[in-house]
Design a protein around this ligand. Structure first.
Ligand code: B12
Length: 209
């Protein structure tokens, strides 16, 4: 079995040790880290979602898979740098998962990609309220706010947070970029934010802005 296929399997099994070893092995053998992420690791988390929905797996198993995924990302992180897109920037990005939602992985990937092209990223974590976002924008004089939501129920809180930020009179322009599985282009437009589909798309959009 190809090591990339094994990574997919080991993340589903929640085997952190093997996931880390296999990621290292793939890097040593010249695999593209982005490809490992996109073709093995993210599909493994999607599969976890399917197993969860079908009650073939439960929250404790998904948590173990999350730990394996996170450990694998830590191994790949130094190699995920987008050298060709690197820019000299002093811009700061504030990022967080919105109130009511504790999913971290998508947000973490977006942070890593932005850091890799030169942005300063302030990661507020999960379950973040409008006040916490606004305070951080002011404190760090951030030009960009990124928000993640993975739960349909968290979309309402995203709407409220975006509205509050857009109503603030900051002394500089603030662009809000939103993403996450249930978020669509139409929803983003409706609430007054820019939509990005994934970490790479987000990076491309922010670089254009
Ligand atoms: C892992 C996981 C968990 C873990 C989270 C651990 C952690 N530290 O993150 C645990 C077990 C804790 C968990 C809990 C719950 N979960 Co959950 N979880 C998942 C799972 C399986 C994978 C998510 C993931 O990490 N994917 C991998 C990453 C890379 O993908 P991603 O997050 O989508 O990110 C990509 C894009 O969306 C985008 N993106 C994401 N954020 C952002 C932000 C910006 C700015 C941009 C530009 C892009 C972007 O970029 C990323 C790729 O580059 C999904 C299933 C799925 N297919 O998504 C369910 C899922 C999201 N969970 C679900 C549910 C229901 C829950 C619970 C309510 C379960 C429960 N009964 O308690 C709780 C929620 C608790 C809460 N208040 O948040 C549902 C949501 C359904 C819905 N539409 O509302 C899903 C879809 C599972 C399912 N099929 O039912 N979960």
């Amino acid at each position: 079995m190809l090591p990339t296929k094994k990574i997919f399997q080991k993340i589903i099994e929640g085997d952190e040790v093997c996931t880390v070893e296999l990621c290292r092995e793939c890097l040593l053998n010249g695999y593209d880290p982005m490809e490992i992420l996109e073709k093995s690791m993210i599909p493994a988390m999607d599969k976890c979602g399917v197993l969860l929905t079908n009650r073939k797996s439960f929250i404790p198993q998904v948590l173990m898979s999350t730990r394996a995924m996170q450990a694998g990302i830590d191994v790949l992180k130094p190699y995920l740098s987008q050298q060709e897109k690197k820019m000299v920037t002093s811009e700061t990005v504030v990022i967080g998962t919105v109130k009511g939602d504790i999913h971290t992985i998508g947000k973490t990937l977006v942070s890593i990609m932005l850091e890799s092209v030169g942005f300063t990223v302030i990661d507020l974590g999960t379950n973040i309220s409008e006040k916490e976002f606004i305070d951080a924008v002011e404190k760090y004089e951030a030009r960009f706010v990124m928000m993640s939501a993975m739960l349909t129920t968290a979309m309402m809180s995203m709407r409220k947070i975006v509205k509050e930020i857009n109503h603030q009179a900051f002394a500089w322009d603030v662009t809000i970029i939103v993403g996450g599985a249930p978020i669509t282009q139409a929803f983003a437009k409706e609430i007054g934010a820019v939509y990005a589909d994934n970490a790479i798309d987000c990076m491309d959009k922010i670089l254009k802005i």
